[in-house]
Design a protein around this ligand. Structure first.
Ligand SMILES: [Zn+2]
Length: 437
């Protein structure tokens, strides 16, 4: 059934958006539809069949349309560890708190943790998530059931154990020989955790395998001084140069954090066409390093995307909140209020991310994927509207998201998401049980 979003504010003017299937069919004024009929679930198939030629009309007066956000670096099922380890330094946080807890996770934990993450993201305007975590099948099942778009990583993390690394490569190859199908909104790609948790043999293999299969690669890069110092001590190279020496870097690589880069690293990353993912909340919370240097990346034409990182180091998944932190951090750390202006920040969290992952979304125009959010313009932070983007970023956009449409399906309307109660209850139950294991 086609949907007609009637009278939505788009670019400052009222417009109608017609959605057919998973695409935006038209954007204009007074598009035809059935006035006064609002979309509802459960219409009988006879009704749907008789009126199939006519779209259902959703009255959107008082709402503004905006593209869905792209969370380019997340560990979704870490929602179950939200608040479980606070005020620790990264290596201690990973070694004594996070990794021991993660060792106890079962497939169903990953499923419900990912469902909870999707709930958090949908309710705050994110429609696409690039997810690096354990058990890609459980995560993909949750991704499909949430309706959100997910790129799920098959991640190699071996703790520098060659035997484990070899077994993981074999399993990974078998997985991609016949990848499971979870529908058009869920894709699989590759990840290495980092240069300190993934063997050189696997980093080299991932570079080759990714190119061969045209799969993107995801990695944590230069997140801490420890990572850079230990990599230099071990290999004589910075993490970026080391990855490049193994043939890992290329235009389908997403490198998260990228705080401890020098000029040579940035030149190399630009030359290879690597995209960087900035995670301001996590970086500040774990005091991972100096502020991400957005301007140095931009000067070289490196694309910067935004991510929340996992819920144990953020702890929310509201990307509007990370957009605000990203902007404030640039301005404060570099003493320059003109840094990371709104238009560039919005592009980083929307169209550049959608382009990077190739889902066809990011622009509200005919032919584009039907992925957008509706902002409740009566929310206190959205009044007045001198600048909608400024309101969204600096005055709490996540809380003003009323509706989320992903691939033509309405996943949230009037801030209600189907099945939300069950997801929260089961995720809470599982989180409590992990602590007792
Ligand atoms: Zn991360």
């Amino acid at each position: 059934m086609a949907l007609l979003f009637r009278g939505v504010e788009l670019g400052g003017s009222p417009r109608d958006i017609l959605v057919e299937g998973d695409r935006i069919a038209a954007v204009g004024e007074n598009l035809s539809g059935r006035p006064g009929v609002t979309a509802r679930r459960g219409a009988s198939s006879a009704t749907v069949g008789r009126q199939a030629a006519q779209p259902e009309v959703i009255d959107c007066r008082g709402f503004a349309a905006f593209p869905t956000l792209v969370n380019a670096h997340a560990h979704s099922a870490m929602t179950l560890l939200r608040g479980a380890a606070e005020d620790l330094e990264l290596e201690t946080w990973l070694n004594t708190a996070i990794w021991p807890l993660e060792a106890k996770l079962k497939s169903e934990d990953i499923y419900w943790g990912t469902r909870l993450a999707a709930l958090d993201m949908i309710s705050t305007g994110t429609g696409f998530c690039h997810d690096m975590y354990l058990d890609p099948i459980a995560a993909a099942r949750a991704a499909r059931d949430s309706g959100m778009r997910f790129a799920i990583n098959y991640a190699l993390i071996d703790g520098m154990d060659e035997k484990k690394a070899a077994a993981q490569r074999t399993a990974c190859e078998a997985f991609f020989a016949d990848p499971p199908d979870f529908g058009p909104t869920v894709t699989f790609n590759l990840a290495a955790h980092s240069v300190y948790a993934t063997c050189a043999s696997s980093l080299r293999w991932l570079g080759d395998f990714g190119r061969e299969r045209n799969l993107s690669l995801h990695v944590h890069l230069a997140e801490t001084k420890f990572e850079v110092d230990s990599c230099r001590a071990r290999t004589g190279m910075s993490p970026a140069l080391y990855l490049d020496s193994l043939g890992f870097l290329g235009p389908k690589v997403f490198a998260a954090h990228a705080l401890w880069l020098d000029e040579a690293d940035r030149d190399l990353l630009a030359e290879r066409g690597v995209r960087l993912v900035h995670n301001p909340a996590s970086n500040m919370k774990l005091a991972s390093g100096p502020a991400y240097d957005y301007a140095a990346a931009k000067r070289r034409g490196i694309v910067t995307l935004l991510g929340t990182d996992g819920s144990a180091s953020n702890n929310g998944l509201d990307l509007f909140s990370d957009m605000k932190l990203a902007a404030l951090l640039q301005k404060q750390a570099f003493g320059d209020p003109t840094r990371l202006p709104l238009a560039e920040l919005v592009a980083s969290a929307t169209v550049l991310g959608h382009e990077a992952f190739g889902d066809g979304a990011g622009r509200l125009e005919p032919g584009a994927a039907a992925d957008f959010i509706l902002i409740d313009l009566s929310a206190p932070g959205m009044v007045p509207r001198h600048d909608l983007a400024a309101n969204l970023v600096y005055a709490g956009g996540g809380g003003a998201v009323d509706t989320l449409v992903c691939a033509g399906k309405v996943l949230m309307r009037n801030r209600k998401i189907e099945g939300a109660g069950e997801v929260k209850a089961e995720a809470a139950r599982r989180a409590a049980s992990i602590m007792g294991r």
